[in-house]
Design a protein around this ligand. Sequence first.
Ligand code: BEZ
Ligand code: FE
Length: 279
Amino acid sequence: MAYFTEDASVETVNARVSESADPRLQTVMASLVRHLHAFVKDVELTQAEWDIAIDFLTKTGQICDENRQEFILLSDVLGVSMLVDAINNRRPTGATENTVLGPFHVDGVPEYELGANITQAGGRETCRFYGTVTDLDGNPVEGARIDVWSDSEDGFYDVQQPDIQPRNNNRGVFTTRPDGRYWFEGIKPVSYPIPDDGPVGKMLGKLGRHPYRPAHMHFIVSAEGFDPVTTHTFVAGDKYLTSDAVFGVKESLIAEFTPIENGETLWESNYDFVLHRAT
Ligand code: BEZ
Ligand code: FE
């Protein structure tokens, strides 16, 4: 099979791979070629369509810099990020489910005492977040690290508006007490569009898809001896829950946000995290 034919396209390409290549790489590439060729044959791709695809991928690469990763966004809107996440984070029933990390997590943010307010500017819809971290048997997890971040009331993360929002606005790290409890103040998050001024946004527009994510608070909950959980809690009732642009919503992650009368905050939201022991 030295020469390429339409019928034997897959075998011809895969036969070129050296047997000394990394075995996992051989497996992954052989499958990629098989599926890619099947796709091209299935839709009988025209030359003009392939040119458009190459131009799209070129523009996707060209818009990337240290602050913008358009390929991850592409993976997100195609459901690939959530699929990889699902395959790599299978957990027993009852353990808190994962969802996408997203591009706006920041390392090294301030660690606060329980109860602190993570909103430094622009927080009208104040909210108290609270709950517990336990293991699958309901035992409290002391010293769990809870890393949280949300958008502002205008729907932007601090890193998207470095000249407008203070650094680390709506971010913080907390540690659970011996009884597994955590609590902190922030704002009730709002729904927002993913960055849609690039090729991925254009593609969504052509597909008649909106770029919005339902309102959510991001969490990474980790503790010694347990699988870390990267997740969000989603605001119950949000109009984008069933059409999240990046497919991140899971029913178990939808949390009630309840208005409070005469409280220190206008809203409160309870969510209990359940960690699975690392195997
Ligand atoms: C986020 O929730 O921050 C996010 C996730 C995926 C793409 C864009 C934003
Ligand atoms: Fe987000």
